[in-house]
Design a binder for this molecule. Structure first.
Ligand code: GAF
Length: 397
């Protein structure tokens, strides 16, 4: 076995369309879908005005949609057990943060934001997904972005160009921040909408600069192995908001708009100027931004294997300085490295969720079994393992 299958990738668009027809007794007007993401490097930098480097997963969330003649919003989702779960229908004028709550809020929040951009129509929406939920792979953003494109589609807006996609990503982020109430950055939405196949997306949040960097790992006999620890992570837990508040505070104390303005040359002075407890956080943000730039430089030179140590350093910094890793993520990273991965790190917000490892394709079976064995010995749930190739961002179908 030289390559692990991209496990559990189903045809979410087909499932959403079929579920729509069985729920509503008529086919949808259309289906739009959006992927989850892996972030190769650049973690907890987005809301600090820094750089990120995600690629889109083959796993997608699809939203089947048809407009309604009234101003009602109905939302249903196909569960992993094959059963459709329906949220309480809500009138557009009654949408407000907290209503609806739970999973439907990610959909309703997008509808709520789109009203401010001239799109206000009642609609039936049915969701199907194969993006693992709570795995740190941006399932929330996939849902928001697919919803946004579905509603723009039935409102007969033309298919968005790259600049419009970035704008829609900010709208989806606003839905998550202001409607769902989770203070996330824009990494996940930008990845879901703006990534393209076979590339990583270099995105500098402070300048809005976006660049597609080719990432043909397979051609170099390398694979990105995703290790979902199955320890559920939620951005709505306090750890994420705490880090965000603390780094905002550090930037304010330094008289900066964001920590992303600091370069490695400024680091020593900045560390002296902030209270002791904020130093590791500042250290992480500055060094992580530098690592993104270093990885991009190596990828442009096709030196894929050389990014391994930078992935390792990123994980160590997230574990020791930013303190967002978990014992299961640390174990996954340790096992992958010991079995011969070129580099490994947690990906996404942390506090559970997934790690990634850069692995020679011929070493994949060895690394995968070492991870499974290690988790078994530690009496942990068997992790979900799959290799991920950079896939296409959100779109119709
Ligand atoms: C989560 C957030 F949604 C992103 O905005 C980002 O901050 C990430 O955690 C950490 O890099 O996925």
């Amino acid at each position: 076995m030289s390559r692990l299958p991209a496990t559990e990738v189903k045809d979410a668009a087909r499932l959403a369309a079929a579920s729509f027809t069985s729920v509503h007794g008529r086919p949808p007007q259309g289906v739009w879908s959006a992927p989850g993401r892996v972030n190769l490097v650049g973690e907890h930098t987005d809301y600090n005005g820094g750089c990120v480097l995600p690629f889109a997963l083959p796993h997608r969330t699809a939203v089947a949609v048809a407009p309604r003649g009234d101003r009602l919003l109905t939302i249903a989702t196909l569960g992993s057990d094959g059963r459709v779960q329906r949220a309480e229908p809500v009138e557009l004028r009654h949408l407000r943060p907290g209503r609806p709550s739970g999973w439907a809020a990610y959909v309703a929040g997008v509808v709520w934001v789109l009203r401010d951009h001239g799109i206000e129509l009642g609609a039936d929406l049915v969701v199907a997904t194969d993006v693992p939920a709570g795995a740190g792979l941006a399932s929330s953003a996939a849902l928001e972005c697919a919803t946004a494109l579905a509603l723009l589609g039935v409102a007969e807006r033309p298919s968005p160009d790259d600049a419009q996609r970035a704008t829609i990503a900010r709208w989806a982020q606003r839905a998550e921040n202001d409607f769902v109430g989770v203070p996330t950055g824009v990494l996940d939405q930008m990845a879901s909408l703006c990534c393209i196949a076979d590339h990583v997306l270099f995105f500098d949040v402070s300048t809005d600069h976006r660049e597609q960097v080719p990432f043909a790992a397979e051609a170099a006999n390398l694979a990105v192995l995703v290790i979902d620890t199955r320890v559920r992570h939620r951005n709505s837990d306090s750890g994420y908001a705490d880090r965000r508040r603390a780094t905002d505070n550090a930037a304010r104390l330094l008289g900066l708009g964001s920590l992303g303005e600091l370069t490695p040359t400024d680091l020593a002075d900045a560390l002296i100027a902030v209270p002791r407890q904020l130093r590791p956080l500042v250290h992480h943000v500055v060094t992580e931004n530098a690592r993104v730039l270093d990885v991009v430089r190596l990828l442009r030179q096709h030196r894929y294997a050389d990014i391994g140590p930078l992935l390792d350093a990123s994980h160590d910094s997230l574990r020791d300085d930013y303190r967002v890793s978990s014992p299961e993520l640390d174990l996954a990273v340790h096992l992958a490295r010991s079995a011969g991965a070129l580099g490994a790190r947690m990906t996404g917000a942390g506090f559970g969720g997934s790690a990634i490892a850069l692995v020679h394709t011929e070493a994949l079976p060895r690394v995968a079994s070492a991870i499974r064995r290690g988790f078994r010995s530690a009496r942990l749930r068997t992790p979900r393992l799959f290799t991920a190739v950079p896939s296409q961002g959100a779109g119709r179908g």
